[in-house]
Write a new protein. Sequence first.
Length: 451
Amino acid sequence: MSESEILEEDLSSEIDDSVMRRAIAGAATGNALEWFDFGVYGYFATTIGHVFFPTESSTAALLSSFAVFASAFLARPFGSLFFGPLGDRIGRSGVLITTILLMSVGTALVGVLPSYDEIGIWSPVLLVALRMLQGFSTGGEYGSAATFIVEYAPDDRRGFLASFLEFGTLTGYSFAAILALVLDGTLGEDAMQSWGWRVPFLMAAPLGIFGVWLRLKLEDSPAFKELQDSGEVETAPFRSLFKFHWRTMLLCLGLVVVLNVAYYTVLKYMPSYFTSQLGISEFNSVLLSLGILLGMLLLVTPLGRLSDRIGRKPLLYVACGGLIVFAIPAFYLMSLNSLWLAFAGLAIVGFFVVFLSGVMPSTLPAIFRTNVRNGGFTISYNLSTALFGGTAPFLITWLISVTDNNYIPAFYLMIAAGIALIPLVQLRESANAPLLGSKPRHGHRSSRHRS
């Protein structure tokens, strides 16, 4: 090996592609399970409302169901405050194992809860408690998984590889939607309310075992190992974050607003919107959402790859600008009493949302230094999600009931996109650049290819 190659070896870090693929698959697969668990609640929100909150008003039952959905987000900041700094002290992989275990247990227990008719008020109380457990675990999941993948990925492929995290998210949502379609198409309303809704929740148990097994095989990220080797692991990451990195956290929080509002509006709320506001059947509502999910699955990784070529910021400008300009026309199409036009309107919104999905996982962790990355991203992400994302279905449903205006979701998306433009202007372009606080990183196929 020449002197220049030795110098390059000292100044950069490599990871074998096979090891990197296993790491990314483990993080993304676990994230798919995490969001399958969250997704089934959204798709079965109407049924859950009748099971746990019996009332003569279907709107009141749906509001109650979404209120419980939002309650999980009250616990997410607490989960992020616990798991985020913990990942900066002990490593990312241990946090990822714990979060998927807690999420799976919480979801499976929802599947065995007695209904309101069986145990009265204790039924919704226990449902809220389990949703809080899910929220607590999810508070550490997404941020730690994104940090883990970003720290494994080579600098010139970080956008492409990190987009597999959202590929996992969309896969989890899609699986939940397919289950909802199958159950709704094969079971009657009585069977669905009696036992059918429990099936997807109970599936969390075997899926969780698989996810834990997969993550137990993962080593920690090369970037965190660098910190350990140099003795620079942050001993008090929480204090350091709020003392020295609060501006970066505000930047991240502002960007996350549009990602989460868009996700929870389009993927969580829209099936209920089609059913309750536009009179579309529950089966067709889920079918429309599934079509959009599958389309997003096809686009998310190519957009991640594109961000490696032209940068993250141009694609984020397209996403925010597109939501501001096209949200109202899209919802107008949805209101025209046609399934095809409803699909077209939802596809317009989904097209711009997938730009966010393809780029944000590589963008957000990269704005933090390695020693506080897990905590900084996780806390910022979940504070923004709790305030603006998880409350979106409830707030939109309530505003529509008060104003009788079906364009409320469009206005909500436009406001979120406008807010995100403010930090986006200040964002440092991170495509093809080393992570802050880490060596340049590139992958190689195998050690035998090196001289």
